[in-house]
Design a protein around this ligand. Structure first.
Ligand code: ADP
Length: 323
């Protein structure tokens, strides 16, 4: 059963196209990740699906209800955790939760079973003002407030941004437990390592999905041999690798550089070339691609496609006046 359905949604702010004919479906009970960098259009999409913003073109449905026509119904059915902490800083933990429950005509007690796991961790601080909580605790409170009216679909906009790694891990464990309650979860994140924790992901850039699939299938489609390269001078290594004609792509990735070679260059020839350019402690090893590598590859394909079409466009622009 489809829980969220998006058809050719388009949204611009003046000349900035935030979403460009985006389409996708999310199944009931699915944990769907929208993964992409800042400015890719994630918040705009969530704001449209939670009825806070109206798209310029296209339609979207949540639980079968059109998000524009049935906005009141949608607001009862969805839980939304915006990117920026938006609870009342001067209210205590308990007051915030009571407030959100009463807005939806319910009580903390009625739906306590839904938030129990999460709330137990912040309950010792229930009299503390929300503004005085740590990042991880704020995030837990925001999730409780988004859940207290028993939504069928949960929208979490970058819930782990600025949260420490331990709290991030705990947060994802909480999401998996919520999934067991048949709640559909759409979560956006700029952290590629969180992609593998979702059932399916959409890799978004500039308001368009480059691909939508399971993280495993996306990684399986990476059909080139990837290498991790390092030397005594990592910044110069990146510069030198990018200048070599036999290197197809190269980017910094944690403490190493990830490299794809063209067919006419093999590893030992590359090691020799780097040695000749003055590098020492050269280490180049084959590795398996991650979702982030797939994102980088799709990104550069999209750039190449754009350059191609731009040059066709500019060529035709020049040709037209002369015919
Ligand atoms: P993300 O959530 O992925 O960071 P956003 O949806 O916030 O992306 O933004 C998508 C694009 O739309 C960006 O280029 C951003 O600068 C622009 N944008 C977002 N909100 C506004 C706004 N209120 N006015 C003008 N431009 C905006």
């Amino acid at each position: 059963m489809i829980s969220v359905s998006v058809h050719n949604i388009k949204k611009s702010y003046g000349k900035t196209v935030a979403l460009n004919e985006l389409s996708f479906d999310v199944e009931r009970g699915e944990l769907f990740g929208i993964i992409g960098p800042d400015g890719a259009g994630k918040s705009t999409l969530f704001r449209i699906l939670t009825t806070l913003l109206v798209a310029d073109e296209g339609n979207a449905f949540v639980d079968g209800f059109d998000v524009v026509k049935y906005y009141k119904e949608i607001r009862r059915r969805v839980g939304y955790m915006p990117g920026r902490f938006s609870l009342y800083q001067d209210l205590t933990v308990e007051e915030n939760l009571t407030f959100f429950a009463s807005v939806f005509g319910t009580t903390i007690r009625e739906n306590y079973h839904l938030i129990e796991d999460i709330y137990k961790q912040i309950e010792p601080f229930k009299d503390r003002r929300a503004g005085k909580l740590s990042g991880g605790m704020k995030q837990k409170l925001a999730l409780c407030c988004a859940l207290i009216h028993k939504p069928s679909v949960l929208f979490l906009d970058e819930p782990t941004t600025g949260v420490d790694p331990v709290s991030r891990k705990e947060f994802w464990q909480m999401l998996h437990r919520l999934q067991e309650q048949n709640i559909t979860i759409l979560v956006s994140t700029p952290y590629m390592d969180e992609a593998t924790l979702c059932n399916r992901i959409g890799l978004i850039r500039e308001g368009e999905f480059m691909t939508v699939d399971t993280p495993q299938s996306i990684v399986a489609k990476f059909d080139k041999q990837l290498y991790a390269a390092s030397s005594d001078n990592m910044s110069r290594l990146l510069y030198d690798l990018r200048r070599l004609p036999g290197v197809e792509s190269c980017y910094a990735f944690g403490g190493v550089h990830h490299v794809v070679l063209k067919p006419d260059l093999d590893v030992s020839a590359l090691e020799n070339l780097l040695c000749e350019t003055g590098h020492s402690e050269i280490d180049i090893n084959p590795i398996t691609a991650t979702v982030e590598d797939c994102f980088m590859a799709l990104n550069s394909d999209a750039d190449a496609y754009r350059n191609e079409t731009d040059s066709v466009r500019s060529r035709s622009f020049h040709i037209v006046p002369f015919t």
